[in-house]
Design a protein. Structure first.
Length: 327
């Protein structure tokens, strides 16, 4: 017997990615460096699918880019706020790395501009000296998860963060002069034991029409067994991440999903895809990490940061939709 689900059945009855609301605050010293950081998260947890009373972001979800944040900040506080689930939540490519990378990388760009510094230079400075961060001293109440791996075998290595960031900035021509209405944005994130940085180039028209001429991505997944497959995963992750950021949205009315098919749940189409995608493999000699999920998280914040560079408008809610109308 074979059961075939229609697209309408799938979209209206599937398990969706969790929603997420995040608030970040930071203090900058006289030298422009980050002196204090507070990150509040309200996001229904995946464990709500399995048991009642699960209303706070789980420790495992907080480990996806928040508790393992690489920046050398002396005072950090992370708070998980109550958020009951109102829909069935499931796993989605890169899971809670998506909203958490968006919040952190977008906020780092805001801090760079507040400090009057170049965003790439600010990120490199915030990483501090090359070091392996001892995650047993993170200050978290419980041991921080590492995607099921041992920290001594897959450490949180700031040199690998720096290397992908420097590579993507160099290859994308970071700092080059662009015409009015164009901008570059950058983001870097570690997930699934792999380090990825992205630079997105955008053009924003007079009425907010957005085009993406080019996306550069640098990935350090350790030894790349099949480089072509790694590049393909990165290209697919870029397309998926841009769809998430630009148009893909589910809404509810009277307890039911409004969207039903690709006519009203829009994925990325060819005319909106980047004209040029360049993937840069960074061989650090580190242990092998994942390549399926890590390309997704840094793309949305790099896109939003590029939009700010082009227009001066901050994007704090995804998908972007019509927020650029009249930009």
């Amino acid at each position: 017997m074979k059961v075939v689900w229609t697209r309408e059945d799938d979209i209206r009855n599937g398990f969706i990615h969790t929603v997420s609301l995040q608030r970040l605050e930071a203090g900058l010293g006289a030298d422009g460096k980050i002196s204090a950081w507070r990150h509040r998260i309200a996001s229904p947890p995946i464990p709500s699918l399995f048991a009642p009373g699960q209303e706070f972001h789980s420790d495992g979800e907080l480990a996806l880019g928040v508790l393992d944040m690489p920046y050398a900040i002396p005072n950090v506080r992370v708070e998980a706020c109550r958020a009951p689930a109102h829909a069935r939540i499931g796993w989605y490519r890169s899971v809670s790395n998506i909203p958490q990378a968006f919040a952190i990388a977008s906020f780092m760009d805001e801090l760079a501009h507040a400090a009057g510094k170049d965003p790439v230079a600010f990120l490199l400075e915030a990483l501090g000296p090359d070091r392996v961060i001892d995650m047993t001293k993170s200050g978290a109440v419980k041991p921080v998860d590492n995607y099921g791996a041992k920290w001594e075998e897959h450490p949180n290595d700031t040199a690998r963060h720096r290397r992908v960031l420097e590579t993507v900035a160099r290859e994308a021509g970071w700092g080059k002069k662009l015409p009015a209405g164009e901008g570059l944005g950058v983001a870097v994130h570690r997930s699934f034991l792999t380090y990825v940085a992205a630079v997105v180039h955008v053009k924003v028209g007079a009425r907010g029409a957005l085009t993406i001429p080019r996306v550069d991505m640098a990935i350090d997944c350790g030894f790349a067994v099949n480089p072509d497959r790694v590049r393909a995963q990165c290209e697919g992750g870029i397309g998926m991440a841009l769809a998430n950021a630009l148009t893909s949205e589910l809404t509810y009315a009277k307890g039911a999903t409004v969207q039903s098919n690709f006519n009203n749940y829009r994925v990325l189409r060819m005319n909106a895809s980047p004209k040029d995608i360049r993937i840069h493999l960074v061989d650090s000699g580190g242990p092998i990490g994942g390549v399926g999920e890590p390309p997704v998280p840094p793309v949305a914040p790099a896109l939003a940061n590029a939009i700010f560079a082009a227009t001066g408008k901050r994007i704090r809610t995804l998908p972007i939709g019509s927020q650029l109308s009249g930009a």
